[in-house]
Structures are given as structure tokens and as C-alpha cells.
Design a protein around this ligand. Structure first.
Ligand SMILES: NC(=O)c1ccc[n+]([C@@H]2O[C@H](COP(=O)([O-])OP(=O)(O)OC[C@H]3O[C@@H](n4cnc5c(N)ncnc54)[C@H](OP(=O)(O)O)[C@@H]3O)[C@@H](O)[C@H]2O)c1
Length: 218
């Protein structure tokens, strides 16, 4: 039986912290593919995953999402700010409206940076690559401590590499995909980040799991 929204909200409550807490949410197939044959992930987890996705958004202060995912999945403005991460500033037009954010590097294309600053909130930090310490400070300065990273694999891979992911909410979808779909995190270096299981919940054949970074273990 699918838990109701109040039960889901209780299961996924953010911990009390005085710093931004970075939660990532993903769905993967049994064999670890991060998207279905159509190249998108939305359909993979069915109703249970969609419901968790909605509740996770309701608990968050801000969503951060890679430009690749925002483009592929057709992101649109929502009830909370969407922060698109893009080095090239290739942000879907639908998200270039007041109330949305763009996260980029300080050396991103200057003209485009100026144009975006006229419409959306921009955090430009780091040379060559985003300086996430500055970004998280900037999010905290805006009063946003509940950060929800909705992917995709390149963005999650970078955050895992920097050990900035506090939690992963992973739905395992009951399907095998094979093919060339990426895993949920892709990065230049392999790392070893111990996690502990917060909960696992089977809703029919869909498995909803929550994993918390265990920094005591390394
Ligand atoms: N299974 C799931 O739950 C899930 C979740 C999300 C996405 N996906 C799937 O993943 C696929 C998209 O993968 P992707 O690797 O393209 O995803 P992505 O990480 O969303 O996008 C990569 C792009 O985002 C920007 N970007 C990401 N990290 C950045 C960083 N640290 N600094 C600056 N820019 C950064 C860059 O954009 P610019 O090129 O504009 O500079 C980069 O080209 C889609 O098929 C989608 O359906 C699956």
C-alpha cells in the first residue's frame, strides 16, 4: 500500500542542521540505469515514486538541477525556486523567469551572464568549475537550507566527488534496461563514500530507499 503524503513527509523530514543539507533524489532500474528507453527518468518509478517526488519538493527550499536534465526532462517553474546548473548558460527558456536561479562559474560567457542577471537570480562562483562551498553559502544566505538535487548524473557525480551529498533518496524501479544509460552518478574519479540506510519501503514492486552519508565511517 502506498503511504499517504503525511506519512511520506514524516519519513523524509530533513534533519535539523545549521548548514545546507544536500539531498539527492533519483530513480534507477534494477540494473542501475538512470533513464528509461526514451532517455527520460520520469516514467520509471510509477505512482509511488511520483508521490515521493512531489513530497520531497514540498519539503525542500530549492531544487538544484543540471542543465542537461532540465533540458531533457522539460523543466518548468514550480512552487519552489529551480536552480539550473550550467557552465555554458544553456538554460531552458521556460526557466528564465523571475524567481528562478542559475548557478554557474564566474568566467561563464559575460554577455549571456549579464542578460540572465536582468531576469533571474544568478550565483556565479569559481573559475573553470563551480565553487560549491560559495554556492551553498549563497543558498544559506537566502535562507535555503533544504537543498534538493534532482540530478542528473554529471551534477550528482561532481557533488559526490566533493563529498557534499548528505543523503540520497533512491527509488529502485522494477525493470531491467541494459543499453547505455548512465548510472545515477558519473564523475572523473571513483570515490568511496560510506552511507547508512535511513529506510527502505516496498510499495508493490517499487522500492523506496533513503541513504544518509555516514562521515564517521570515512
Ligand atoms: N534517474 C534519475 O533519477 C535521473 C535524474 C536526473 C536526470 N536523469 C537523466 O540523466 C540524463 C541527463 O544526464 P546529464 O549527465 O546530461 O545530466 P546533468 O548533470 O543534468 O547535465 C549535465 C549538464 O549540466 C550542466 N552541469 C552539470 N553539472 C555541472 C557543474 N558541476 N558545473 C557546471 N555545469 C554543470 C552542464 O551544462 P552546460 O552544458 O549547459 O554547461 C552539463 O553539460 C537524462 O537522460 C535524464 O533523464 C535521471
Amino acid at each position: 500500500m502506498t503511504p499517504d503524503d503525511a506519512e511520506i513527509a514524516q519519513l523524509y523530514a530533513y534533519p535539523d542542521t545549521d548548514r545546507p543539507w544536500v539531498r539527492a533524489t533519483f530513480v534507477a532500474t534494477v540494473d542501475g540505469a538512470a533513464h528509461a528507453v526514451d532517455g527520460r527518468s520520469g516514467s520509471l518509478g510509477g505512482e509511488a515514486d511520483t508521490r515521493v517526488y512531489r513530497v520531497l519538493r514540498s519539503l525542500a527550499d530549492v531544487v538544484i538541477v543540471g542543465a542537461g536534465t532540465a533540458r531533457t526532462e522539460g523543466y518548468r517553474p514550480a512552487s519552489l525556486p529551480i536552480a539550473v546548473v550550467s557552465r555554458r548558460l544553456d538554460v531552458p527558456e521556460a526557466l528564465l523567469v523571475p524567481g528562478q536561479l542559475v548557478i554557474t562559474t564566474a568566467d561563464a560567457p559575460a554577455d549571456e551572464l549579464e542578460r540572465l542577471r536582468g531576469t533571474v537570480d544568478v550565483i556565479a562562483a569559481g573559475e573553470g568549475r563551480v565553487d560549491w562551498a560559495v554556492v551553498l553559502d549563497e543558498l544559506a544566505r537566502r535562507g535555503w537550507h533544504h537543498v534538493l538535487c534532482e540530478g542528473g548524473p554529471s551534477l550528482l557525480g561532481e557533488l559526490v566527488g566533493l563529498d557534499l551529498v548528505d543523503e540520497v533518496c533512491l527509488t529502485v524501479a522494477p525493470v531491467l534496461a541494459a543499453g547505455g544509460a548512465p548510472r545515477i552518478a558519473l564523475g572523473p574519479e571513483a570515490v568511496d563514500r560510506p552511507m547508512t540506510l535511513g529506510h527502505s519501503l516496498a510499495v508493490g514492486d517499487v522500492l523506496l530507499t533513503r541513504w544518509v552519508r555516514d562521515r564517521a565511517l570515512g
